[in-house]
Design a protein. Structure first.
Lengths: 144, 144, 144, 144
């Protein structure tokens, strides 16, 4: 894992951050926050990020389906300190886009998550419209 | 996603398969099996696969930590048909290895999962011993 | 807990039984199947039981809402042996009914669950119709 | 359910309250917070409440096992408003005690949870010592 946080997500340059407290159920038999639990924490931050786009898929007559999730676990995370999750749009294609995310605990990056989302209409993949595309472009990480 | 199942996992050539029935809790508001729930189903199959290696990490004085999980969602999966998960060793490095997995429902591949596991001893990453390495080599997918 | 299984649920006299394998995610830091995970396992068995009634609430224009869940944990349950869950109708009121359940592992009762379900129509609680009531009466535990 | 909140738990008279934001994973196919998810939210509040007692069971050479959980669902809870969970000791026996809890969302009680916990030593049930008993008595609800 040469670069655990390839998008360079960090405090101050990211469109959306959210604090998510871990739950006892996130712990596994090793006593740390389980990797699948972290996937659920990233999903939860992603739902909040999607809401921040201001265009609910149901209102557009489409579905946003998760096509791929790529998780890197950089350091162990523990109960009960909150996880701060930064989320941004990484790239935008014709009918799909990437959300890049990084989770920090006590100021340290513990995990990253890249998610590919595909827009599906009634007849399969459908093109991202110009209005939503402009909003997404606004949610890409700010450059230093 | 040009090749959703790059390891070519399929019935008959895979070291370990397990049937995992979905649960109502795996469903999300879209009514299908949620992507994080599928991550948990792959994890469960992985734990069974790890048991099949016959060397529990606690007995070796080490921990097997998940360093990366790469999930591809190929088709929607639904309740209540069982998911058949095939698991194999994909590659073996010095202190880490990859488990490749594919989940099928009603004979169709619905998702794949590549997991990087790193062996940690009391002082960090530690080399995979020859005995365990031989067992892992035996768990790689059989070629046609 | 003088009587951990007050409905007397046992093999042979119960309308519906289902085998549910535990998952790694059901384990908590104590290494046993967590009590909330068991609540999820009972819920999953309940969904199968509800399906066996042959009347999906959405088709009836109503919702079946869980009003109360009363769980007793009789013995510790462990990974990976399957849990056999027996489910039956315990009692039937005007607009609500009780599902009684017991979970066994390796032949031993590990937990019971009594659930109160209330039928809600567009204007709140609604009466159970005669056809569904007759089906429910058929799902009460058989007497010895 | 004549009295959904029998312990009279309410803001201002309760030893411990905690805000727990719901997660997307707490939602089920009905689009509301699932009853099993609420059981997990109560458990999480309980773990924080147990920490507030200042006596970790592992340090005492004992285990605190959940023997019973009695949940009442008073109103539907929704994403994403936080749940405020109040927790108190309800009663103290020889080797067991009860934690009473109530969850509020937007100022309304949505669910209550009574949990029986039993202290287990190496040879089964063990008596609650005087020091811990005094701490527990201090965590009972204040009377108006």
């Amino acid at each position: 894992m040469p670069n655990p946080n390839p998008g360079g997500l960090k405090p101050g340059i990211i469109p959306l951050s959210i604090d998510i407290p871990p739950r006892y159920q996130d712990l596994d038999t090793l006593g740390h926050i389980n990797n699948v639990a972290l996937a659920g924490i990233f999903e939860n931050a992603r739902v909040h990020f999607n809401h921040s786009l201001g265009h609910h898929p149901a209102d557009l007559g489409v579905r946003w389906l998760v096509a791929a999730v790529d998780l890197k676990f950089v350091a162990e995370a523990h109960f009960p300190h909150p996880l701060t999750v930064y989320s941004a749009v990484g790239s935008i294609g014709n009918s799909s886009w990437t959300i890049i995310q990084a989770a920090f605990q006590n100021g340290e990056c513990v995990a990253t998550c890249d998610t590919v989302i595909v827009m599906h209409g009634p007849r399969g993949k459908t093109t991202i419209g110009p209005e939503l595309r402009a909003i997404m472009q606004n949610k890409m990480p700010l450059k230093d």
